[in-house]
Design a binder for this molecule. Structure first.
Ligand SMILES: Cc1cc2nc3c(=O)[nH]c(=O)nc-3n(C[C@H](O)[C@H](O)[C@H](O)COP(=O)(O)OP(=O)(O)OC[C@H]3O[C@@H](n4cnc5c(N)ncnc54)[C@H](O)[C@@H]3O)c2cc1C
Length: 653
């Protein structure tokens, strides 16, 4: 057990992040989730006659009426008869998109490596009409296995999205908007639907920015400011936005991203969105100021606080069932000012990577769980003002993953980003009793300071890449043709080392020296060579760094579907729990990750379509298989009986 292994678990925890996708069940479609969000709000506002929810219902009904019978799961198709030829000829219009290639430039231009061939895809692939024009295998595999959409259309403008929605509706097809294909359930590539892929609509040169200094409507207020906005295409990734923000808001701008570079931002911006800076900047949905969306009747609208405000409410947490989002305007939030320390901090750095790993005994685990939860969330009513004040004064600067397991050699501790110097981080954890010798005496900790938000976040990504040598990680995250990440990044081999990737078949790989536990680690090399190379790969929307790996690819035709590992079967979300209950859960043999917390929890439950403000712990089953699934029964029973007084409706899964 060391600080590298905690980073692996931190990555796994990110795999299990809870968005509306997971919360409402594996097979729920985005449409289901949208309706669920409206229902939820309906339940919360039962008495509010003529309220926003009524308008929301009308909006849904109007879309249903425009699109087809009530029994249809989606409101796109106007006929139950699907006509492939009608759809394809409508989409083709005057030019044949089935003959048009789009080049996806994944690797550095001018590369001499024969494996680094940039991909050509047809702009429209529709095997039922022409199986020979079938080069694109980049379809998302859901966790239950591959998905088989009817076809895929790469949209490059809002006009093309409108055309695709209208053509699909008239030909009897439902549409699946797809960002970057990371939905655990494969919701971006639904079986039999027309996928409208938005990834080519991420063009950083076309983004627009503003700078300002306003209060953030959804956060704690006071110190937190919106210092700018970015209007970007909807098909962008975490890594693109991170690199773009670093370029345009270099001093202290934070744009919320999660822990994996190739995850799409629109899934975040509609399903929830947790990242390391969430306690300070909010959930992904809290930071979106407006959405440009093509409704399923083909109408383009902008949804914001002032325009189509019901739709804006529902999009923030209700999932993607309302139309195809073409662009988003998102807040860039400031970094907190230094804490006043006595003696004052020796460093002015505002960004520190932290990892604390504890020696594990049941007794110490219990104390850790008590103190860590106290640090993250007050033991006070969620809606009280005191709750907000406590959060403001304590943990909003720290975000990351707490995790524990009672299995031998597994982790107890946390990793994450502290928005302040190393001294500020240590002082904060000391005050919270988290460095008390009673529990910390045989423990390890690492604190590494960085001068920018992008650097600390990219360092975490590099650490995952270096210390997570599992095939499922590589296959889900990157399109690395040679398994030589250093070559893909254009880094001199002297900054890299050999490692083994474990999985179905083990293989050798070369990774940058980002692991502080390795003798080859040199912080100056990380800052001056490795991170700039990662930033350069990040800003290119089609680069390998922004494309999911083979595990997330499936074919259109079942016979050609590759083997896909069933990765994580799901998870449960819950709020503050008695440490004994948490230990009971861990003793079942499941892993508990993701103690997300902080500022976003002060947004009232009905302020957005997101229903999980109070639930801040995510439990996931670490592996696949029936045995693991059976553990759910035991876990559910512990929660219902020991935490929820027998009320099973309180389970969130
Ligand atoms: C490896 C990995 C790591 C992750 N890490 C985190 C994390 O740290 N924090 C976190 O909060 N979540 C995390 N997630 C979950 C992730 O945020 C969601 O699965 C997200 O929905 C993925 O978005 P996507 O665009 O990549 O996926 P897609 O499969 O393309 O889309 C996801 C959903 O959004 C819809 N959608 C996408 N684009 C649009 C659009 N333009 N208009 C309308 N609807 C659209 C799709 O229809 C689908 O329902 C992770 C997932 C994976 C696989």
């Amino acid at each position: 057990m060391n600080l590298s292994s905690i980073a692996i678990a931190a990555f796994l925890s990110s795999l299990s992040s809870a968005t509306a996708d997971t919360v409402l069940g594996e097979r729920s479609t985005s449409e289901d989730r949208g309706i669920a969000a409206l229902k939820l709000r309906g339940a919360q506002e039962k008495t509010a006659a003529g309220s926003g929810i009524e308008k929301g219902r009308q909006l849904k009904k109007k879309q249903k009426d425009a699109c087809g019978p009530e029994t249809e799961n989606s409101c796109v198709a106007t006929t139950n008869v699907r006509s492939p030829s009608t759809l394809v000829s409508c989409l083709n219009g005057t030019s044949s998109f089935m003959d048009t290639n789009v080049t996806i430039i994944e690797y550095p231009e001018g590369t001499t490596n024969p494996f680094h061939v940039n991909r050509e895809v047809y702009k429209l692939t529709f095997p039922q009409v022409d199986i020979t024009k079938f080069t694109d295998a980049n379809f998302n595999a859901g966790i239950g296995g591959p998905r088989f959409p009817a076809g895929i259309f790469y949209a490059e403008s809002q006009e093309e999205v409108i055309m695709a929605v209208n053509c699909a509706r008239d030909a009897g097809y439902k549409v699946s908007p797809r960002g970057r294909g990371h939905s655990f359930q494969g919701l971006g590539s639904m079986d039999g639907y027309l996928v409208i892929d938005l990834s080519l609509m991420c063009v950083p040169d076309n983004f627009t920015n503003t700078t300002q200094n306003d209060d953030h409507p959804w956060l704690l207020g006071g110190e937190q400011k919106v210092i700018g906005t970015i209007k970007s295409g909807s098909g962008c990734t975490n890594a693109v936005m991170l690199a773009y923000t670093a370029k345009h808001f270099p001093d202290d701008g934070i744009y919320l991203v999660g822990s994996c570079p190739s995850v799409g931002i629109t899934g975040y911006a509609t399903g929830g969105g947790q990242g390391d800076t969430t306690p300070w900047v909010g959930l992904g949905i809290d930071d979106v100021l407006s959405y440009d969306i093509v409704l399923y009747d083909g109408t383009p609208v902008t949804a914001s606080e002032t325009e189509h405000s019901d739709l804006y409410w529902a999009l923030r947490g209700g999932g993607s069932g309302f139309g195809v989002i073409t662009s988003l305007t998102t807040a860039v939030v400031n970094t907190p000012k230094p804490l006043e320390l006595e003696p004052s901090s020796s460093s002015s750095s505002r960004f520190t990577y932290v990892a604390q790993l504890y020696k594990q005994t049941q007794n110490e685990a219990k104390k850790f769980l008590e103190r860590f939860q106290d640090f993250l969330v007050p033991n006070l009513p969620f809606d009280s003002k005191k709750y907000k004040d406590k959060i403001r004064n304590s943990s909003a600067r720290f975000g990351g993953d707490g995790e524990f397991s009672t299995k031998e050699n597994e982790n107890l501790g946390f990793t994450g980003i502290f928005l302040g110097s190393k001294d500020e981080a240590i002082s904060t954890f000391e005050k919270a009793g988290l460095r008390d010798p009673e529990i910390f005496k045989e423990s390890e900790s690492v604190e590494i300071e960085f001068s920018s938000y992008a650097d600390v976040q990219l360092f975490k990504i590099c650490l995952q890449l270096t210390t997570s040598p599992t095939s499922s990680f590589w296959q889900s995250e990157w399109v690395s043709a040679t398994n030589n990440v250093c070559e893909d990044l254009g880094i001199d081999p002297k900054y890299c080392h050999k490692t083994f990737v474990y999985g179905q078949n083990d293989w050798e790989a070369y990774v940058p020296n980002c692991d502080p536990n390795q003798a080859s680690f040199n912080l100056e090399d990380v800052k001056n060579v490795i991170l700039p190379a990662i930033k350069a790969a990040s800003i290119k929307p089609q680069s390998w760094f922004n494309r999911p790996g083979s595990q997330r690819r499936a074919q259109l035709v079942p016979e050609l579907a590759p083997f896909t590992e069933q990765s994580l079967p799901g998870g449960l979300l819950f709020g503050r729990l008695d440490p004994d209950v948490l230990l009971d859960l861990a003793n079942v043999g499941v892993d508990i990750f993701h103690f997300a917390h902080g500022a976003p929890t002060v947004v009232a439950r009905d302020e957005t379509g997101y229903s999980n403000r109070e639930e801040y712990i995510l439990l996931s089953l670490g592996g696949a298989g029936v045995d693991e699934m059976e553990k759910y029964e035991e876990v559910a029973s512990i929660l219902i009986n020991k935490a929820y007084g027998g009320d099973s409706t309180k389970l969130r899964g």
